[in-house]
Design a protein around this ligand. Sequence first.
Ligand code: PLP
Length: 407
Amino acid sequence: PTRDQVHNFAAGPSPLPTTCLEEASLGLLNYEDTGMGICELSHRGKEFKAVIEGAEADLRTLLGVPKNYTILFSQGGGTGQFSAVVLNLLAAHRLSHPVPAEQFQPPVLDYVLTGSWSSKAYAEAQRLCTPPFPNCPGFGQPRIAASTKSTSWTRLPTREEYKFSQDAAYVYYCENETINGIEFPPKQEDEGAFPFDLVPEGVEVVADYSSSFISRPIPNFSRHAIIYAGAQKNLGPSGVTVLIVRNDLLVDTTEASKLGCIPPVPITYEYKILADNGSLYNTPPTFPIYVSALVLKHLIKNKGGLEGLEKTNKEKAELLYNTLEDAEKKGKARLVVREKNARSWMNVTFNIEGEGEEKKFLEGAEKRGFRQLKGHRSVGGIRASIYNAVTMESVQLLCEYINEFCK
Ligand code: PLP
């Protein structure tokens, strides 16, 4: 089939706007009449410098990133940040507690677990903080501040369930759980919203925005220390990870480890090194950054910026959830996330009821050009990911198919 005969509901890597890919394919061969493709140009040359600086400026405009935050383009994916966040924030914490090593207490690291990705981030913090030799207190004490595992990630914690430590170095949460289809609701007054007001003063907040980045505004932006996202859902191809780091957290981690009690940070993961070098300490993933730059321009120019994206994404999600609720009433489908306010705008997870029906549903979907609807291998079921580049028309056609199938 051709590109426009297919509706791609992939969870990531995900579809990107066709116009951006058309432009990128020209740039891949001959970037702005240089006679060379974008991937063949030095990352230190003026052409690529303009690309990366443009991407940074456009992202700052689109998201309204305040001046006291630095935008970085890194590698290693969201998974790389599971580690980098721990190490950089332990270093910042150590520098602000310059006591002799024998008096230093490894800080608590509070994790909010709402699904598979926050659980993976927590597991990595545990791995990194494990004492490397007997009688060593370890580097930090990862702790679960709230978890909905016992209800199979089908809801968000209630306010009463959050137990934050007064002296934690940071609180970590995942804004949108891609596999489970759980997302914190967009407005602070909404039930289930992330409880920023319960986080003790002075405790930093870190958010994984990998699968909801630039889909709608980020609530309480300035309460965050770090916001990060892999590009491969809403922004661009895989290979680049965007970090937004508050400037005072760009610390010299070598100085911190000299104080003792914390491990050194691998050089490409140190935020300060990245920042001091304009994300060009080593060779960056030039092509993913280039495509991301094109996507950002397109979203600002043609999609009404963040407000436009928020409006369309809300409409798409409402249409699909309403259709699935109807199917649920008929006993034909079941939405995985039981609380309405916790349902993701990006990843809609559901099951088709009845022996063999799910297989039939997927086969019929495939025939109609709907692709990559199968749920994550760890949970099964169906997952329709409706990121920024998935059009309202694709969602409408999917809804028509669901209605038809569930008749
Ligand atoms: N966090 C979230 C919310 C994700 O959806 C993913 C991947 O899909 C990751 C982290 C891990 O990202 P990566 O595969 O880029 O390491």
